[in-house]
Write a protein that binds this ligand. Structure first.
Ligand code: HEM
Length: 498
């Protein structure tokens, strides 16, 4: 019976998601590099720069990071709970996301839509009315966003929940046992996504579908008027967007909780030891504490909208933002105590998880400044904000790179070349920190984000971005070389049975 269960049932869709995410990362990364080079050379027209900015801003977080997380988290749930990772929900998650991204790609490069990825009201509509881009292009863009939203808010969390809570465990698929029902904190880190994102995303999803239907002419434009009121748009948007990033962050911390105990000297030296954090209870507490604080921290995105944001809400946002820092501090203690008490072994997975977590914490200090009302007025709209958002995404990407190295053999059928993996990971971490400090420095000096050409007298900051951008690209090329080598080997990973 066991021989009829194909390993492919576990790995096929996760692998497809991971490979697609890598393709989006490379396309979006090339756009990022072209943008910084354009700042040096002035080679791009303003409209082209804004198209690249919009493309880069959509595909790096959603095509790249979100999809990488989707593939690796579904794989982990599959091999921990003993379930095959296929079926309509998983397939629909993969295809809907990528079709949505292709629509967005077409809207940007065929129809010239260049709103940036946050769709700040009323830019998309006024751009179309002023003839900067066409209404058809905007309609395609909005429907692309709706498809991506459908995956983020319903299909992916439903796939995750179905694998965790539904169906029967097939023992042959249980490749890694875990302790307890949710064990530990590593698995619990997935729950905030499942339970927080669908309810908090519903309002913006209803708004987006209403706008989409009005653009198609299926309902009168006047019936979409309520969504287009700045207050009704900005609050649902930020409640969703903020919590999505937090849920992805918590999922990544859960991944650190899951990876680190698996690479300890104590675990290796004894058959009876189970992979545990220094304190599993503190791990669960940190996740609950962090998630609760994060949910109410969203008003920090709207500090600078004094006409619509009551002061009380701003202060709630500030206090909650600082409380997320406490949640992160509990995790720092727990992860370091695990490494110290049980002896952390150096492997590509543990190194990437630790360095990604370190970059996450470094970025947290800038996040605290942006989450403080007075500082936000000073830094809002500058490169300091880009520094924060790109660094948290890069840190989380690095943590998932750890998970990717952990499952590399399962996915691609060959052992990891450790030397190449260490170079990839270390260069990625150095580049992430380099980009972070240069962008933060530019933001502190008042350089405006989303501006081209930049109104600054010196190229020093931009030169730093080009240098660390090239380093990041080189690091990923090293990874790609290793991946191509594995993929070009006979496809024994496809036919394996368990
Ligand atoms: C995992 C890696 C990365 C992710 C997830 C990411 C994500 C993003 C996002 C979401 C934006 C905001 C777009 C917007 O405001 O509409 C952005 C802006 C930007 N990114 Fe990246 N990025 C990454 C790496 C890079 C790299 C390697 C470079 C080039 C060195 C780069 C250069 C830029 C530039 C120049 C901007 C525009 C800054 C501004 O005007 O606000 N990014 N990035």
């Amino acid at each position: 019976m066991a021989s009829q269960i194909r390993l492919e049932d576990l790995t096929y869709y996760p692998r497809l998601m991971i490979l697609s995410s890598i393709a989006w990362f490379f396309a979006g990364g090339a756009a990022g590099l072209a943008m910084v080079l354009a700042h040096l050379t002035g080679a791009l027209r303003i409209a082209d720069y804004n198209m690249l900015l919009t493309f880069h801003g959509v595909v790096m977080p959603f095509g790249g990071l979100f999809q990488l997380m989707m593939g690796l988290s579904l794989l982990r749930v599959g091999f921990c709970y003993g379930k095959s990772v296929k079926g309509p929900l998983v397939k629909a998650s993969y295809f809907t996301l990528n079709v949505g991204l292709l629509l967005i790609l077409a809207a940007i490069f065929v129809f010239g839509v260049r709103t940036s990825y946050t769709l700040m009201f009323p830019l998309p509509a006024s751009g179309a009315l002023k003839g900067l881009w066409s209404l058809e292009g905007l309609t395609i863009f909005v429907w692309g966003i709706i498809l991506v939203l459908a995956v983020i808010i319903t299909l992916y969390p439903a796939s995750l929940a179905r694998l965790m809570f539904g169906g029967k465990t097939q023992e042959a698929f249980v490749l890694e046992r875990f302790v307890g029902t949710l064990n530990p904190a590593g698995m619990a880190g997935m729950l905030p996504y499942i339970f927080i994102i669908p309810p908090l995303g519903t309002a913006i999803a209803i708004g987006a579908v209403t706008i989409g239907l009005a653009l198609l002419g299926a309902i009168p434009l006047s019936s979409a008027g309520w969504v287009l009121h700045p207050l009704n748009f900005n609050y649902p948007f930020w409640i969703w967007a903020h919590n999505l990033m937090e849920a992805m962050g918590i999922m990544a911390i859960g991944t650190v909780y899951w990876l680190i105990p698996r690479y300890t000297a104590v675990l290796r030296s004894s058959e009876v030891v189970e992979p545990r954090l220094y304190s599993e209870k503190l791990g669960i507490f940190a996740i609950v504490f962090y998630s609760t604080a994060a949910v109410i921290a969203f008003p920090h995105h709207l500090f600078t909208m004094p006409t619509s944001q009551p002061a009380g809400l701003s202060y709630t946002g500030q206090i909650a933002s600082w409380l997320t820092g406490f949640g992160a501090a509990f995790s720092v203690f727990n992860v370091l105590a695990t490494a110290y008490a049980f002896g952390l072994r150096l492997t590509p997975a543990s190194l990437a998880a630790m360095l990604g977590f370190a970059v996450y914490i470094v970025d947290g200090f800038l996040a605290m400044q942006l989450g403080t009302i007075g500082w936000a007025y000073r830094l809002h709209g500058t490169y300091a904000v880009t520094a924060h958002l790109m660094t948290i995404l890069l840190a989380v990407s690095l943590i998932w790179i750890g998970a990717l190295y952990h499952s590399y053999r399962l996915l691609f059928g060959t052992e990891v070349n450790k030397k190449l993996a260490y170079i990839h990971i270390i260069l990625t971490a150095v580049a992430a920190l380099g980009l972070f400090y240069f962008m933060a420095f530019m933001g502190g000096a008042g350089t405006p984000r989303r501006a081209y050409p930049l109104p600054i007298p010196s190229d020093t900051g931009v030169l730093g971005l080009v240098g660390f951008g090239v380093l990041l690209a080189a690091a990923q090329a090293i990874f790609l070389a290793q991946l191509f080598k594995s993929l070009s080997k006979p496809h024994h990973y496809i036919s394996d049975t368990v």
